[in-house]
Design a protein around this ligand. Structure first.
Ligand SMILES: *Cc1c(COP(=O)(O)O)cnc(C)c1O
Length: 381
């Protein structure tokens, strides 16, 4: 892969690393009997779906557009792939099309289920229905990523559970984790079973949601397999996992170019990318992305604050140090930028969206998408 001539900014997904993640997820499927589906919310680079669809059993989508993408770009490579669609609330104008293209529809509340159940069955008699549960237990590290926090709108609590839903549903879903190990799942399962196992009879499946950091080093994959096998045997149900982050985890980078370097109390570098527009979780989470070859501020001789090429003062990726001074034109590589990045990007300030590229197993670099002015203009009027 020749990074000297690459046009920046550009996300580069490394096929081999992606396939390694997929193989591990497939190992979990084979050993545990669970089905793993891709949460498009976190990773939707559909040019990789010929590969992804060889391993994963389908997609989970958060509404009409993601469901359409799953149906069009995933199912064409794997006709048995399943499309699961969940939304905090479905809209009348979307529901017919969602019913047509979904294999599973997950409702957030009994209200929503009662409102739409007959309509979706009429359109698609094979569609399976589920209700999202809020187990009210989560050790999610950040409130903004905690679907089970106080006053959460995501899922149905035991107090809000209406037993009349039972005759209409085939499964139950929960999603309570964020970048967590299997011990956190175990904790959630204890609460979930305690509150809801009385309703499991007759269910075809239980969906354990996402947030399982399965592909992160140190994740206890064998324990996950044991938990799933035990759960399946105990309740005679299918189990789904729907990770997003774990699919795209550590599978590539965002490469940018240094446009200017100067000093204002400290060394500053302006890059042709943006934390706000292209690496949104660095501000939302927040976290500091790793930069290849760099150290913490002050660790190496030359420290720089990296800022984006927008007018937002806070558009800052972080402080990084290097052994050599940075020069205008140098390339900067932000590691692990393939999940929750381009799916969230904006054209704030009219800044160009980074291209999307795949580094093939033989090292060839395929730029699969470039963006320009028309993408900015097309979203406005
Ligand atoms: C976000 C989300 C996922 C995927 O979560 P990851 O943290 O990316 O694994 C799965 N299911 C639901 C309902 C979600 O909201």
């Amino acid at each position: 892969m020749n990074l000297d001539t690459i046009k920046t900014p550009c996300y580069v997904c490394e096929e081999e690393l992606l396939e390694n993640n997929l193989k591990l997820l497939d190992y979990v499927q084979k050993e545990s009997g669970a089905k793993v589906i891709l949460a498009l919310k976190g990773f939707a680079m559909w040019s990789t779906f010929p590969l992804v669809s060889k391993y994963l059993k389908g997609c989970t989508s958060s509404g009409l557009h993601e469901a359409k993408l799953a149906r069009e770009e995933f199912c064409k490579f794997n006709p048995h792939a399943e499309v699961h669609t969940y939304s905090p609330a479905f809209k009348d104008e979307d529901i017919d099309e969602i019913a047509k293209i979904s294999d599973h529809i997950v409702f957030n509340s009994p209200n929503q289920l009662f409102k739409f159940k007959d309509r979706v069955k009429e359109i698609n008699p094979h569609v399976e229905l589920s209700l999202r549960i809020n187990p009210e237990v989560s050790s999610s590290p950040k409130d903004i990523y905690n679907p089970c926090g106080i006053y959460s709108r995501l899922g149905t609590t035991l107090a809000n559970f209406d037993e009349r839903v039972l005759e209409h549903i085939d499964g139950l879903n929960f999603h309570a984790l964020c970048e967590q190990n299997v011990d956190a799942l175990e904790e959630v399962l204890i609460a979930f079973e305690e509150k809801f196992s009385k309703y499991f009879k007759g269910m075809k499946y239980i969906n354990f949601g996402g947030g399982h950091h399965i592909t992160k080093k140190g994740y206890d994959v064998e324990k996950l397999i044991r938990l799933i096998k035990k759960f399946r045997a105990k309740y005679d149900v299918e189990v789904y996992l729907e990770p997003g982050e774990a699919v795209g985890w550590q599978t590539g980078f965002l490469i940018a170019t240094v446009l200017d370097v100067f000093e204002n109390g400290m060394n500053l570098a302006i890059l042709d990318t943006s934390a706000e527009a292209h690496m949104p979780d660095t501000l939302a989470m927040p976290y500091r992305a790793d930069v290849r070859g760099s150290g913490e501020a002050g660790e190496k001789q030359y420290t720089y604050r990296f800022g984006g090429n927008t007018c937002l003062a806070g558009d800052i990726m972080g402080d990084y140090s290097f052994n050599e001074p940075l020069k205008i034109g140098d390339k900067v590589i932000f590691e692990d930028q393939i999940h929750y990045t381009f799916v969230k990007n904006t054209t704030f300030n009219g800044i160009k969206l980074p291209s999307l590229a795949i580094c093939r197993k033989d090292g060839a670099l395929d730029v699969v998408k470039e963006f320009g002015y028309t993408d900015y203009r097309g979203r406005l009027s």
